[in-house]
Design a binder for this molecule. Structure first.
Ligand code: ATP
Length: 240
């Protein structure tokens, strides 16, 4: 559904055991925009996603989705507010059919008729999935699997969808397909938080971005400005 709420991550510190991974992170994802978080391996991208989804607790700071403070909310309540995720590498449940994967995405929806109706809507958006609805997800092509994992994330009709490195492990053709889907979702009014290592293609679809280096936001700006940013080049291309 069309989004109206902003995600605000304010001064968040989070980590594991004694070590802080994220240090005083400030990030905003505005409604209807594509916001990206760029970061190399180990920068803290997964930790940030886990913290947004309530899988990992912020030690300091707060996270708001619209008027709701979510940093201490359980994951299912955060999901019920309208935040969904597409897991890293576009994972699907390989031994389940396409339809069954979508049903799993709709587990939070109590009403079976609503689940069926939502599945039909998504089959209209992704006709290829309809053709393959009875096929085991593990036998789909890479592009179809990505489509399925995205559609599964959309089952709850979220306002904000958090993508965890959707281009990871995909061939260039499928990467382009995934970014094309991101553009379509933005056009439909969704808010998107795109966590990625693929700098060039991500900045092409994003409105605004943040560069995460060793758990800290080292740079931020709109995509065109960020493309020229020396911190980004330093973080990614080793230019000093
Ligand atoms: P990648 O792209 O490789 O997934 P990332 O940017 O997602 O990297 P994180 O997975 O958030 O980075 O990891 C950031 C740091 O936190 C790393 O130093 C990692 O070793 C550490 N870390 C991640 N998960 C745990 C954990 N469960 N326990 C302890 N340390 C962890």
């Amino acid at each position: 559904s069309e989004s109206s709420r902003k995600l605000s991550i304010i001064g968040v510190t989070a980590g594991y055991d004694k070590a802080d991974v994220l240090k005083n992170v400030n990030v905003e994802a505005k409604p209807g925009q594509v916001t990206c978080i760029l970061g190399a391996n180990g920068a803290g991208k997964s930790t940030l996603i886990r913290t947004i989804l309530g899988l990992n607790r912020a030690r300091k700071g707060e996270i708001y989705f619209g008027g709701d403070a979510i940093a201490r909310m359980p994951t299912h309540r955060i999901a019920a507010l309208g935040i969904a995720t597409v897991p890293e590498g576009n994972r699907v449940l390989p031994k389940m059919t396409v339809s069954e994967n979508l049903k799993v995405g709709g587990l939070l929806i109590r009403d079976n008729a609503r689940v069926a109706a939502r599945m039909e809507e998504l089959f209209e958006t992704f006709p290829r999935l309809k053709e393959r609805s009875g096929q085991l997800a593990g036998t789909l092509s890479g592009g179809e699997r990505s489509m399925l994992s995205i559609a599964r994330g959309l089952m709850t009709d979220p306002e904000l969808i958090v993508f965890d490195e959707p281009s990871l492990g995909l061939s260039p053709l499928f990467v382009s397909e995934v970014f094309a889907i991101v553009k379509r979702l933005k056009a439909a009014g969704l808010s998107i938080l795109l966590v990625e290592q693929n700098v060039r293609q991500t900045l092409r679809v994003a409105d605004y971005g943040y560069v995460l280096v060793q758990g800290q936001v080292m740079a931020e700006g709109d995509s065109e400005t960020l493309m020229q940013n020396p911190e980004l080049h330093r973080a990614y291309f080793g230019v000093h």
